[in-house]
Design a protein around this ligand. Structure first.
Ligand code: ADP
Length: 365
């Protein structure tokens, strides 16, 4: 893998013909992009007709790559050209709320609570900080804000700076704002619809986020009004859906996905959390809640699958104790699943920063 670059992959594939027009896939522009990450090569092919007409082309690509080196890990992604609905999507994004120096706002959502949405948000933020990205987390889960606990900043209080903006509370390099930092946890709050919307908008507009590559929004669970207004009012680059592998959780995940699709927010992909349990003594994997449901749902709904995170006692304890840095301490393999997923998020933001003209629709592995 180390010696491969875009040019060498292009060379391997250059003689493949699109039999629909009998020209090479370079000539026709069908081979639109090659994305090489640490352990995966993605070949992006633009298709103009029904995908079944490209079965032969996909097989030719697979053969060439396997013949070259059968250890290469790759996926072949068929994409369609930019549609009008994408153009609509961009205009919606331009109108939304976004702090000036924040490059991307990404919603982390789940159809229901308790699937690990906040845990994943914190640990993915840690992973990206380690890769030198500037990261913030807005904890928009007004009904059960957990970021102050997960980042170990429960007792900190934001202040108002000279410019009248509220300061974030920073920990491990992550800038955080949460309703949990502003209100007294002991006093019950009654949230009414417009109040919620106002509060969330304020947390984006009136907070001094500074310069950020990604601002993750840890969304409240479900697909109610809060989520809908958030997706419509805020300029989201995309949404990540977290689910556990069971059918029931995936039904909720589908609802979440459909909500974002309806309001034209790009889906970055699905993550399967608590995907399996690996015995620390014998290394045997147990599929406590089944396994692979999220991947199948992703394929079925034509959205990317970002990866899986195991059910792990160390993840639970360190996240709940506000010490995610322990998972990311040198040599700790527990960080690997998060690092793989954050690579996929980086690919997404790179592509959307380049204003890629294509939208992935099918992934072959
Ligand atoms: P949500 O934000 O979806 O409501 P949380 O992130 O608060 O869910 O997670 C619920 C509980 O599950 C927390 O105690 C958290 O530590 C635990 N948890 C989440 N993901 C994992 C995991 N992969 N392994 C072990 N425990 C986890």
């Amino acid at each position: 893998m180390e010696n491969l670059n875009e040019e060498s992959i292009k060379n391997i594939l250059k003689d493949i013909k699109d039999l629909n027009v009998n020209k090479s896939i370079i000539e026709t522009g069908t081979l639109s992009n090659i994305i090489i990450t640490k352990d995966l090569i993605s070949i992006i092919l633009v298709i103009k007709h029904d995908k079944t007409l490209y079965d032969n082309l996909v097989k030719q690509c697979e053969k060439k790559l396997n013949d070259f080196n059968d250890l290469i890990k790759y996926n072949i992604v068929l994409t369609t050209e930019k549609s009008n609905s994408n153009a609509k999507k961009e205009s919606h994004i331009k109108d939304g709320i976004k702090p000036e120096k924040v490059k991307h706002i990404i919603a982390v959502a789940s159809g229901k609570g308790g699937v690990g949405k906040s845990t994943l948000t914190t640990n993915l933020a840690m992973s990206l900080i380690n890769k030198n990205f500037k990261i913030g987390i807005l904890d928009a889960d007004i009904y059960g804000p957990s970021q102050p606990r997960m980042l170990g900043i429960k007792d900190e209080k934001p202040i108002q700076n000279q410019n009248g903006k509220i300061t974030t509370v920073d920990k491990y390099g992550i800038k955080c704002m949460s309703i949990g930092l502003l209100i007294d946890e002991e006093k019950p709050m009654i949230w009414r619809g417009p109040m919620v919307q106002g509060a969330l908008e304020q947390l984006i507009k009136d907070v001094d986020w500074g310069e950020l590559d990604i601002l993750f929004v840890d969304m409240p669970p479900g697909t109610g009004d809060v989520q809908l207004t958030m997706s419509q009012r805020v300029s989201l680059s995309g949404a990540i859906i977290v689910s556990t592998p069971q059918d029931i959780a995936l039904i909720d995940a589908r609802k979440g996905l459909n909500m974002f699709k309806k309001v034209n927010v790009p889906i970055i992909g699905i993550i399967e959390n608590m995907s399996y349990y690996q015995c620390p003594n014998c290394n045997d994997k147990t599929m406590l809640f089944g396994h692979g449901g999220a991947k199948i749902t992703a394929l079925d709904m034509n959205v990317p699958y970002l990866g899986e995170v195991p059910l792990d006692i160390e993840i639970r304890i360190n996240s709940d104790n506000g010490e995610p840095d322990k998972i990311f301490s040198k040599g700790n393999k527990k960080s690997i699943p998060f690092d793989k997923i954050s690579d996929n998020i980086i690919d997404f933001i790179k592509k959307s920063s380049n204003e890629k003209e294509n939208e992935p629709i099918i992934i072959f592995e």
